[in-house]
Write a protein of this length. Structure first.
Length: 427
């Protein structure tokens, strides 16, 4: 039997896809690409925006239209957050939520008994524990995402995630160590720790994110450790000092900002001020050599005025992030913000996004330009064409280099000689 996965959304979803694929692979399934013929097509959905839901519906219908005799499966965050809408997607033969990912094989077997449409959506509940999930491999790659935290307790006014992911819960340190050992023995050289609210790892427990990094740092076969997207909460001076002691941790931090305007941050129910966020950035840059800071910025939120936008723009320029992901606010039904209405016209949101992108790209261009002529350590991950290899610096810059032998899996010191919008060129 052949199964193909189509994954939308974040690194946590990518990890969960790998987890489900491993369950099927161990049961004798062959995992193929989404554009190949398969007996099962599994869509692992994202629901962070309305656009993500549209992509989910479109993909479900496309797979059923192009492969009418195959079984189409919908899982992920969309059924969890909007179960009634998911049930209405009749092109999906099996529908289950991210809480039931571990049941994929049993659900397939149950469906095959009589081919009756199957819907199983269990709600997240306060007090749920972190379910026992681990992987042995990751897409046959050098770098693996490892989910150590799920859920969020922050309740940002624009965000549906607490509904689709439940409350904060964390993978145990013993479970994590076993997983890291298996991945390292399977050839993984770099670990990326990920979670829905990663910096909340260990909340309510006697451990935190530093302990997770130390486990990875102690494995002799692991060369690098990265952290996925972080919220400013919980990144105390003590945590930062603990992270700085882990020599394998890459000093690349994606710290979600959303806005540099205090009024907008309060309206978003973000739990920090612009000044507090800046102090965190200053602390990270002083604690880690060549620290790289990246972020997400939302424009056009709810009642954001032109003055609010300019305040946010100036703040972002002042921090001088190495990279910024900019996106316009999209009203999400079921959130606190959706009850207030959406007061910024779409055209104005798009204009503000274009301005923010233009200004932040100037900063990134200068950053890349200043790297030319410098030496960087690069962990090479794959051969993109004969004799041309691609890898990443510790600051997560993609680098391409020609070489006369296979260097996949090796960390080499290289010289940056040029750059483009998408990658650097080295020798």
């Amino acid at each position: 039997m052949k199964a193909a996965f189509y994954t939308l959304g974040c690194k946590v979803n990518q990890y969960e896809t790998e987890y489900m694929a491993e369950l099927l692979r161990n049961a004798g399934f062959e995992i193929v690409k989404e554009n190949e013929d398969a007996d099962y097509y599994i869509v692992n959905s994202c629901t962070v925006t309305a656009t993500a839901d549209q992509k989910t519906r479109k993909s479900i219908r496309k797979f059923k239209r192009n492969h009418p005799n195959s079984t189409v499966i919908l899982t992920g965050c969309m059924p969890q957050a909007f179960p009634e809408e998911a049930k209405e997607l009749i092109e999906a033969d099996i529908v289950f939520s991210n809480k039931n990912d571990g049941d994929i094989l049993s659900l397939i077997n149950e469906y095959n008994l009589n081919k009756n449409r199957l819907v199983k959506i269990d709600e997240h509940k306060t007090g749920d524990s972190f379910w026992d999930c681990s992987i042995d491999r990751f897409h046959e790659r050098i770098r693996a995402f490892v989910k150590i935290e799920d859920g969020c307790d922050r309740f940002c006014s624009y965000c549906i995630i607490p509904k689709s992911r439940g409350r904060v819960r964390s993978k145990s340190l013993d479970m994590l160590k076993n997983e890291i050992d298996k991945l390292a023995n399977g050839g993984i050289k770099e670990i990326v720790l990920v979670g829905i609210n990663l910096s909340a790892y260990g909340k309510g427990e006697d451990f935190n994110i530093v302990d997770a990094v130390k486990i990875c740092n102690g494995n002799g076969k692991i060369k690098r450790i990265r952290l996925g997207s972080l919220e400013p909460d919980h990144l105390t001076d003590e945590v930062i000092e603990g992270l700085a002691e882990c020599e394998k941790l890459c000093p690349q931090f994606h710290i979600s900002l959303q806005s540099g305007c205090d009024k907008t941050l309060k309206s978003m129910n973000r739990h920090y001020t612009a000044d507090e966020y800046k102090a965190l950035c200053d602390k990270l840059r002083s604690s880690f050599e060549n620290a790289s800071l990246t972020t997400d910025v939302m424009v056009g939120f709810n009642d954001e005025t032109e003055d609010d936008f300019n305040e946010s723009l100036n703040f972002v320029k002042n921090i001088a992030f190495e990279k910024v992901h900019v996106f316009p606010y999209s009203e999400r039904v079921g959130t606190a913000a959706s009850k207030r209405g959406d007061n910024v016209p779409k055209q104005e949101k798009e204009r503000r996004a274009a301005v923010m992108i233009e200004e932040t790209e100037k900063i990134r261009h200068d950053y890349l330009k200043n790297l030319v002529g410098t030496n960087e350590k690069v962990l090479f991950e794959n051969e993109i064409e004969p004799g041309v290899f691609q890898g990443y610096t510790k600051s997560y810059l993609p680098v391409r280099m020609k070489y006369d032998r296979n260097i996949v899996g090796e960390e080499l010191e290289v010289k940056i000689i040029d750059y483009s919008d998408d990658f650097c060129i080295a020798e």
